[in-house]
Design a protein around this ligand. Structure first.
Ligand SMILES: [Zn+2]
Length: 294
């Protein structure tokens, strides 16, 4: 989606971090308490992305240039700032109105290579993730290239924004108490883990539904233009590309439903669409539908 001229961005909304140094290599989720984070895909991307650079974590790139819509529409890192502010504005309005719970802004760290979190140290091979321990979304924008080159989606703005909105969805689930009710050791096509991930996809769709009518509280200007059909297809393409069945077929030659953690391509697209169409937290209740309706 395209950000509207007239919005003002606060570059300080997003923190940056860069993993460097010569510490022992910890690939993927090796350094993490794996089950306590919420990853965007069910796979470890070691070997695809960075994955060897750990050790000291330094200050990351400056986002000082991310102050307006032109920057958000041009630079991926500024698109992250604008997306975060749009998500904050949406959830500040909708969460309390729909559920009575006051929205608490999550942290958002855009990192390179590796990052230290309350859930442990992660490399970029984890892909985008949410750590409930520090209520923070972590993302290396290099993942967007992987989405295109390895997973076959289009690296388009709404595809990127859907991923951020999905991780924000995990924060909303954390606030609403869904996260603590799910046994993440339990995998499979109708497991709580899958229901949680599909709900996060639905909450991302809900953001897309409302993003073009949610205003920047600082300027009174709406953040985004309504999505075009082509842009919606970009988001659905990303949702499809990260389905458990699609990824397992690609990496293991066939799908193993008993090991699913995120849902199939079809389910991820369907629940994203349910949030987009329904526009409410209620329409994202993946926990009360039967397994065959999931
Ligand atoms: Zn997720």
């Amino acid at each position: 989606m395209t950000f509207n001229e007239g919005i003002q961005l606060d570059p300080n909304r997003v923190k940056t971090s860069r993993g460097g140094g010569t510490g022992a290599a910890v690939g993927g989720i090796g350094g993490l308490v794996a089950l306590l984070i919420f990853m965007f895909t069910g796979v470890d991307l070691s070997g695809v992305l960075g994955g060897t650079s750990t050790g000291t974590v330094e200050e990351g790139v400056s986002l000082a240039h991310c102050t307006d819509a032109a920057a958000a529409n041009k630079y991926v890192e500024c698109r992250m700032v604008a997306t975060a502010e749009s998500l904050d504005a949406l959830w500040t309005e909708q969460l309390v109105a729909q559920t009575g719970v006051d929205y608490v802004q999550p942290g958002f760290v855009v990192f390179q290579d590796a990052v230290n979190t309350a859930c442990g140290q992660a490399t970029a091979a984890v892909g985008p993730f949410y750590c409930p321990g520090d209520q923070t979304v972590y993302l290396d924008v290099a993942f967007f290239d992987v989405l295109e080159t390895q997973l076959g989606a289009t690296n388009a703005p709404l595809a990127q924004e859907y991923i951020v909105a999905h991780e924000w969805g995990h924060h909303i689930q954390n606030q609403l108490g869904y996260m603590s009710q799910v046994d993440l050791q339990d995998t499979g096509a109708t497991s709580g883990a899958v229901r949680l991930e599909l709900q996060a996809d639905c909450l991302a769709g809900m953001w897309v539904r409302h993003a073009s009518s949610t205003v920047d509280p600082e300027t009174g200007q709406t953040f985004l233009e309504p999505p075009t059909e082509a842009q919606l297809r970009d988001a659905l393409g990303a949702a499809s590309a990260v389905g458990d069945d699609r990824i397992q077929q690609k990496t293991q030659g066939r799908a193993f439903p008993e090991t699913f953690t995120h849902g199939t391509s079809q389910q991820r697209m369907s629940w994203f669409s349910a949030g987009y169409t329904g526009g409410t937290v209620q329409s994202c209740d993946t926990f009360s539908v039967s397994g065959s309706d999931l």
